[in-house]
Design a binder for this molecule. Structure first.
Ligand code: ADP
Length: 322
C-alpha cells in the first residue's frame, strides 16, 4: 500500500495520540507513507493533510486530546461531502484511511468504505458505548479523573455532612457513571438505561444518613432521565434527608486528562493492529480489544447499535452502597 491517511473524529479521547503514533510508525516500518488529516472529516473534505514522519509523532503520547484536532462535520453525512473527500484522497495517492473515533465516526468510516475507499476503525470514545471493543480508548483516563473528583468531594462532604450529586459524561450510555459509582463507593448511580425515580434517590440518601454515613455521593450520567439540576431542585423540597445537598458537573474536565498507562497501551495496540490489517488488505470494520486480544468487527455489526451496561453490575452497585 503506497499511502494511508489517519484521522481522529468526534469527541476527543486520551490515548488517541498514542494510536496516531503507533499507526504512523508501523506503517513507515512497512514502507507505507502516512498523512495526518487535520480536524477529522472536516479536513478530509478540504484536503487538509500533513505528511507524518517518525519525528512528527514523537513527544505526543503523554498528552490527552488529539494533536491532529477533531471536529464534528455534518457535511460528511452527505454523499457529496464524501465524494469530495475521496477526490482529495486520490489526489494524494492515498489508498486507505484509519479512523480513530466513536459511534458517529465509525458510521462515517463505514459510509466512506461503501463508496470504495478502504477504511478501518480504531475504537475510541470515553463513553464506552461502541460495539466491537470491551473497552475503548479514553475510558480508563476519564474514569480515573471522575474517581479522583469523587474522592476529593467525599473529603469535603464529610466535614459538613453533605451529599453531592455528581454529573459525569457518557452521552446516552451509563457505563462511566456506573463504573465511577462502583469504584468511588457511591450511595446511588443514576443512568439512562435503568431510570431511577427521584424519590428513590432521596430515600437512599436519607437511609444512608440515618445509618451514620458522614457523606453521600450520587453519580448521575449526563443522559439520565432526571439530571442533576432536576434532582437538586427535587431534593430541596424534601424535608429530613439529613445531608445538605450540592451538585457538581464534571463535564469536559473528565476528557482532558493525561492518558493513563492503560490508555497509552490500548491506543498503541489498537492503532498498530488496525494499520497492519489495512496494509494487508483488511478493511470495513472496527479494531477493538476483546478478552485481551485485538479483534476486527465488521461495520455491519457496529453501525446503528450501541453497547449497553451490565444489569448485574448495576444491581451490585446498589448492594455495595449499604
Ligand atoms: P463520535 O465518533 O464521538 O460518536 P459524532 O457522533 O459527533 O462523534 O460523529 C463524528 C462525525 O462523524 C460527524 O461529525 C460526522 O462527520 C461523521 N458522521 C456521523 N454520523 C455519520 C453518518 N451517518 N454518515 C456519515 N458520517 C457520519
Amino acid at each position: 500500500m503506497k499511502a494511508i491517511a489517519v484521522l481522529t473524529s468526534g469527541g476527543d479521547a486520551p490515548g488517541m495520540n498514542a494510536a496516531i503514533r503507533a499507526i504512523t510508525r508501523v506503517a513507515i516500518d512497512r514502507g507505507t507513507q502516512v498523512f495526518g488529516v487535520k480536524r477529522g472529516y472536516q479536513g478530509l473534505m478540504t484536503g487538509d493533510f500533513i505528511p507524518l514522519g517518525l519525528r512528527e509523532v514523537g513527544g505526543v503520547m503523554q498528552y490527552g486530546g488529539t494533536f491532529l484536532g477533531s471536529a464534528r462535520a455534518p457535511e460528511f453525512k452527505t454523499p457529496e461531502g464524501r465524494k469530495t473527500a475521496i477526490k482529495y484522497l486520490e489526489a494524494f495517492d492515498i489508498n486507505g484511511v484509519v479512523v480513530i473515533g466513536g459511534n458517529g465516526s465509525q458510521t462515517g468510516a463505514s459510509a466512506l468504505n461503501d463508496m470504495g475507499m478502504p477504511t478501518i476503525g480504531v475504537a475510541s470514545t470515553i463513553d464506552n458505548d461502541l460495539i466491537g471493543s470491551e473497552i475503548t480508548i479514553g475510558v480508563d483516563t476519564a474514569l480515573n479523573i471522575a474517581l479522583e473528583a469523587v474522592d476529593r468531594l467525599k473529603v469535603t462532604a464529610s466535614s459538613h455532612r453533605r451529599a453531592f450529586l455528581v454529573e459525569v459524561m457518557g452521552r446516552d450510555c451509563g457505563y462511566l457513571a456506573l463504573m465511577t459509582g462502583i469504584s468511588g463507593g457511591a450511595e446511588a448511580v443514576i443512568i439512562p438505561e435503568i431510570p431511577t425515580p427521584p424519590q428513590e434517590v432521596v430515600e437512599e440518601l436519607s437511609a444512608s444518613y440515618k445509618r451514620g454515613k458522614t457523606n453521600g455521593i450520587v453519580i448521575v450520567a449526563e443522559g439520565a432521565k432526571h439530571g442533576v439540576n432536576e434532582l437538586l431542585a427535587y431534593c430541596a423540597e424534601q424535608p429530613d434527608i439529613g445531608f445538605e445537598i450540592r451538585a457538581v458537573t464534571l463535564g469536559h474536565v473528565q476528557r482532558g486528562g493525561t492518558p493513563t498507562a492503560y490508555d497509552r497501551l490500548l491506543g498503541t495496540r489498537l492503532g498498530a493492529n488496525a494499520v497492519e490489517r489495512l496494509i494487508e488488505g483488511e478493511h470495513g470494520g472496527v479494531v477493538g480489544m476483546i478478552k485481551g486480544e485485538e479483534t476486527f468487527t465488521p461495520y455491519s455489526e457496529v453501525v446503528g447499535r450501541t453497547k449497553g451496561v451490565d444489569p448485574k453490575l448495576f444491581a451490585l452497585a446498589d448492594v455495595l452502597a449499604k
